[in-house]
Write a protein that binds this ligand. Structure first.
Ligand SMILES: [Zn+2]
Ligand SMILES: [Zn+2]
Length: 123
C-alpha cells in the first residue's frame, strides 16, 4: 500500500460514520500529507472502490460519498442536510424472479430519501 493510500484510508476511517465525499477526505488527508493532491485522492478512491476495499455511494444531487465499512449495507440520505445514515444489513433481498431474464444480479444499492429529525424540527 502506498503512503498516500494509507493516509486516504485513515482519513476515511477517521471520518467515522459520516460517509464523507472526496473533498472532505482530501481535507483530512492533507493534514497528514500536506502535499497530497486532489487528483491523487480521487484516483485512489476510485481504485479502492473498484477493488471493493471501500464503498462508493452515489447520491442523487451532489458528489459520491464513501464508506470504509464494506459490510453489506444500504443507506438513507437526508434530502435537506445530506447526511447519510446506515441501514441494517439485509434490507434489500431481491428474489431471483425479480432479476431480469438473461441477467445475473451482482449487487444492489438502495438509497432511501428521507428528512432527518433535526432538519424537520428546524423547518
Ligand atoms: Zn437532515
Ligand atoms: Zn454506510
Amino acid at each position: 500500500m502506498t503512503i498516500q493510500r494509507k493516509v486516504i484510508w485513515n482519513a476515511l476511517k477517521a471520518a467515522g460514520k459520516t460517509h464523507p465525499n472526496a473533498e472532505t477526505i482530501y481535507r483530512l488527508a492533507k493534514e497528514e500529507l500536506p502535499h497530497i493532491s486532489m487528483g491523487t485522492v480521487y484516483r485512489n478512491l476510485s481504485d479502492m472502490s473498484a477493488k471493493g476495499e471501500i464503498l462508493r455511494i452515489p447520491v442523487m444531487d451532489g458528489p459520491d460519498r464513501f464508506d470504509w465499512d464494506i459490510s453489506r449495507h444500504d443507506h438513507a440520505v437526508c434530502r435537506v442536510c445530506g447526511r447519510l445514515f446506515d441501514l441494517p444489513a439485509g434490507v434489500t433481498y431481491i428474489p431471483d424472479r425479480c432479476v431480469p431474464k438473461g441477467c445475473r444480479l451482482l449487487d444492489t444499492q438502495l438509497l432511501l430519501q428521507c428528512i432527518c429529525t433535526e432538519c424537520e424540527e428546524s423547518t
